[in-house]
Design a protein around this ligand. Sequence first.
Ligand code: GLC
Ligand code: CA
Length: 552
Amino acid sequence: MKPFKEAVFYQVWPRSFYDTNHDGIGDLKGIIEKLDYIKSLNVDYIWISPFYKSPQDDYGYDVSDYYSIQSEYGTMEDFKQLVAFAKEREIGIICDLVANHTSTHHPWFQEALRNPQSDKRDYYFFRPQREGYPNNWISIFGGSAWTAVNDQDYALTLFTPTQADLNWDNPKVREEIKNIMSFWLDMGIAGFRLDVFNTISKIEGLISKDPHKKGFQFADDYILNRPLGQTYLKDILRSLKHKYDFITIGEGMLIDQASAQVMCGSADDQLDMIIHFDLHMLGCGPLGKFDFRKLYYYTNKDFKHVLRSWNHAAQDKGFHIASTMSNHDQPRAVSRFGDDTKYRFESAKALIAINFFNVGSPFIYQGEEIAMKNMDLPFEEWKDFEAKNTYKALQSMMKVPSWIAMKIVKKMSRDHARGVMQWNNQKYAGFSDINPWFKTNDDYEAINVQIQDNDPHSVLNYTRKLSHIYHDYPVFTQGYWSESEVNHPQMIVMKRENNTHCLTLIVNFSKKKTEYKKENDLGELILNNYDSPNTNNIYRPYECHLYLKTLK
Ligand code: GLC
Ligand code: CA
């Protein structure tokens, strides 16, 4: 398998990828069927969002059995085949490890409820109901972080009310997690993406955050990047790395660079790669993703600043970024950062090139390679708990008028990225032959894999080509990263350079035509997102060029 630092990753959200057994729900066999397609993108690893047994309140991030497959996704046999068939194609499978919480349907939780004397009681955080909410923490998805789970008890649920936080201070819990990891590693997987790994430990005593403030408060450093959590995770990684060779990708929820540096690096007990949130939080106010006061306004300079700051940090401090422009929790990349109307293909291509250029490994989220855009969903068709709950909470807790709440949530809803993959122009986009579990985006007849496969200028073929170049020239992954034109309001100009080659990426990251005189002698133009490049120094909207120069 490719070293992770030189690898391209593809994220599959299985429910919407491909349905093979005609129930309108994507499945593991669907991933198997599409392995050659994924391979055609020159992908080295597939990260698959959770497919374990789960009531699906958070679409699999609420696990009720870590050792079995949700039946609508298939069987353990299917999974073993997937690993084997992927291996034949030199593709590694990365599983999602959801270890901050379990579903409240998990037998541990059920036993803890049934029998307060059980040792499972201390797997979670239970508090008596008699004194009201145990603290003022807000749930990441809105409302109190505490859920009344019977007549007497609250349980800490930082995400949906049916995701109960595990108590990592309990060594038995840590042992369970290690066993789960070993189980999947024994099946030959290539590694894990660790779901919200930096929230696993909470402040001692679970004390209220800023108690003088009214209302629920984001617990911030009381739940994020806690030193004990870092130690717990490092212990597990160290002990498993003795036995297994595997990749770890940590989802660092709102992580800062100092914590990224502690947790990610080349030591045996560190994560290999880190997903940060700063790009996705652009234009969000201090209240986070659904801050109704900022309405997602940001400038090009802000965008460049985030990239630059993380690229420098990664390069100077020796960690590696899992670089994403979108994922199953974010709007579609082209809708969020590009222009999903007039310059849809141009901006999608520019974004993919920028993503590949970061100091890290690029991740392509299913559909990004064909420029899938946000869904336009009427409220009745919303599926995402976070979106639905935030819509309510904004109105009830923040007194935001409903039309503004709607506007805000629609902008960032996770549903955008969860529509079915657009394979062809047949009914239901070729995803399934029956009405899928979720709406098919209206534009599938024009935007789909089949059409783009046959078009040499498509986003799909551009992505394939870029991915080839990425693998062909070590400078792409090993070269020193630098940026010029840091203050330019439109242009992004970045380089990677080693002893033998220099790559230069030039992007007009805007809808405006922009005059820009590039440096002379950048070498050969090896990738470009218009049919032919400009010859007059006027960069068209989102025009993007990649040059390669051989130094020796
Ligand atoms: C991560 C997942 C998200 C999930 C949350 C709770 O952020 O990516 O989908 O809802 O963790 O598990
Ligand atoms: Ca199915």
